[in-house]
Design a protein around this ligand. Structure first.
Ligand SMILES: *[C@@H]1O[C@H](CO)[C@@H](O)[C@H](O)[C@H]1NC(C)=O
Ligand SMILES: *[C@@H]1O[C@H](CO)[C@@H](O)[C@H](O)[C@H]1NC(C)=O
Length: 510
């Protein structure tokens, strides 16, 4: 072996060690150059390859968006057909109404007393019928207004979705240009959404999904039937532990009631965690949240009346409510006033508005809603520690901002900025000073995906299973006294059991 060969070997050895240290796999290529000399070349990953996002992740995000898009289309179609059905009914009623209202005049002087009597009875009957007709008509008009509002909202949500989709597609196109591995032309094509063409295919696959969920959604004895014993308020308070902890488990939803019409497609229902007389732990509150003038708050004395649909009172608020962020706490309803960042406090006992206060810098009316839309820009919450507002601001550009509020004055006491994008999550709730977010409002099997702890100012990823049984969850709130989650899922008022880790476990005894 010549000296030069020895040197070459040494060089190779050094390169080999260096490549192992740098984590380069299969580093050398051997070739003979024109002079018959042996040359060795090696490669390191380029900067651009390293910056390639994970194409698998982008694809699955796109697929999820497509599914959501299909859901919106189906919703829109059903709202559309309900609307035209209502239009039909209304014009039929209008035709009936015209002659009914124009009751023939009773002849001033009857020929015979009996004929006059018959005519009088007929007239009274006709008037009653006309009255019933008027009532039906005004109900129809209310439903129609609610449907039109829902249609507007769906269209808005849909166009926001299309925008997100377009930016994901641009991302995919960039991936392709960078020649990142594993992204074939076909897969990009596949993920591209042609709104018209795609919708039929998606509608088909939705039908399949519906069938599948019907198969898997066989009700268990635990939900629907009977009144769970924990709702018996005496036993519920005994069962409720007073301790705090981290959320470790959420049970299957139990269904308590289904809304009668479109006004209840989404809404708010809850119990006051700290009721004041004459209200009790039995009292249930309900607000149907579809429509542009939401003012009615239904009050039920107990679960039985709630299930039967017998409210003991209907409060009519002096100001309309925006969406599903309202809470009830110590005899007051706290809510966001429609089309404003003003928070209002309504005294349920006195039945008057006690206080109104701006939530500084909060986005509202579609600026930073949850992923399902519904003007859910400002979401109030109650936990063991008091009253909270979950929202976002221009400054944080859509990241969730969390403020602790003084329930007496509605002043902000302290504020936290999280790194969680509000529009990327379906909803949130507070437990023991920690904010929890839910990943999807429509996936039947989703997760509580983040926990932001206000005491450490840190968020962590979470994978606690959460079920959207009816696939359109519009309100999720925790009741710290009952230790239950109340939710409104596609016309259905449901409740979830939760389990918290004990404090010692939360601190980590290991
Ligand atoms: C509710 O509690 C009462 C008294 O504690 C008890 O008698 C009743 O059986 C309970 N009802 C249910 C449905 O558990
Ligand atoms: C609410 O009504 C009560 C009783 O009528 C009254 O005493 C109170 O001043 C009212 N509060 C406001 C803020 O109007």
């Amino acid at each position: 072996m010549t000296l030069s060969q020895l040197l070459l070997l040494l060089l190779l050895l050094v390169l080999c060690l260096a490549s192992v240290a740098l984590g380069i796999s299969n580093p050398f290529r051997r070739a003979n150059d024109q002079n018959g000399r042996c040359t060795y070349t090696f490669t390191v990953p380029s900067q651009s390859e390293e910056s390639c996002p994970d194409p698998g992740q982008t694809m699955s995000a796109l697929r999820a968006l497509q599914k959501e898009h299909a859901t919106y289309r189906l919703e829109l179609n059903s709202v559309q057909s309900r609307l035209s059905h209502l239009e039909n009914l209304k014009s039929q009623l209008d035709r009936i109404r015209a002659p009914a209202a124009a009751v023939p005049a009773v002849p001033a002087m009857g020929e015979l007393q009996r004929e006059v009597e018959i005519l009088r009875r007929e007239k009274a009957q006709q008037q009653r019928a006309a009255h019933r007709l008027e009532e039906t008509l005004s109900n129809l008009q209310r439903e129609k207004a609610a449907l039109e509002e829902e249609k507007r909202r769906l269209q808005q949500a849909n166009s926001a979705l299309v925008q997100t989709q377009e930016s994901r597609q641009r991302e995919m196109a960039e991936l392709r240009q960078k020649q990142c591995p594993q992204v074939s032309e076909a897969s990009v094509q596949d993920a591209r959404l042609e709104p018209r063409q795609a919708s039929r295919w998606e509608a088909d696959s939705m039908v399949y999904q519906e069938l599948k969920s019907e198969q898997t959604g066989i009700p268990t004895a635990r939900h629907i039937q009977g009144i769970p014993s924990f709702l018996n308020s005496s036993s519920s308070r005994e069962a409720a532990t007073t301790g705090c902890g981290e959320l470790v488990w959420v049970g299957d939803p139990m269904t308590f009631r289904k809304a009668e019409n479109i006004a209840g497609k989404y809404g708010v229902w809850m119990r006051d965690p700290e009721p004041v007389l004459p209200y009790t732990h039995e009292t249930i509150w309900r607000i149907n949240a579809v429509g542009n003038d939401i003012r009615q708050v239904f009050e039920y004395d107990n679960l039985d009346d709630f299930r039967k649909g017998y409210p003991s009172k209907v409060h009519v608020l002096p100001q309309p409510i925006e969406s599903t962020g309202a809470v009830i706490f110590k005899g007051f309803l706290y809510f966001q006033k429609r089309k404003s960042r003003i928070l209002a406090k309504y005294n349920l006992v006195m039945e008057n508005l006690t206080l109104q206060k701006e939530l500084p810098n909060a986005g509202y009316h579609g600026q930073f809603p949850y992923s399902w839309g519904g003007y859910t820009d400002i979401d109030l919450a109650i936990d063991e520690t008091g009253l909270w507002a979950v929202y976002s601001t221009d400054e944080t550009r859509g990241l969730i901002v969390l403020s602790k509020l003084d329930p007496d004055t509605l002043e902000v006491q302290q504020t936290w900025e999280t790194a969680i994008r509000k529009q990327s999550v379906a909803n949130s709730f507070m437990i023991c000073g920690t904010l929890y977010t839910v990943s999807s409002y429509s996936a039947p099997d989703t997760v509580v995906n983040f926990a932001y702890d206000t005491s450490t100012r840190k968020s962590r990823e979470l994978g606690v299973a959460f079920k959207n049984r009816y696939r359109y969850n519009s309100m999720i709130d925790y009741n710290p006294t009952m230790k239950k989650i109340f939710a409104w899922d596609n016309f259905n008022m449901v409740m979830y059991d939760v389990q918290l880790s004990t404090m010692s476990e939360a601190r980590g005894e290991t």
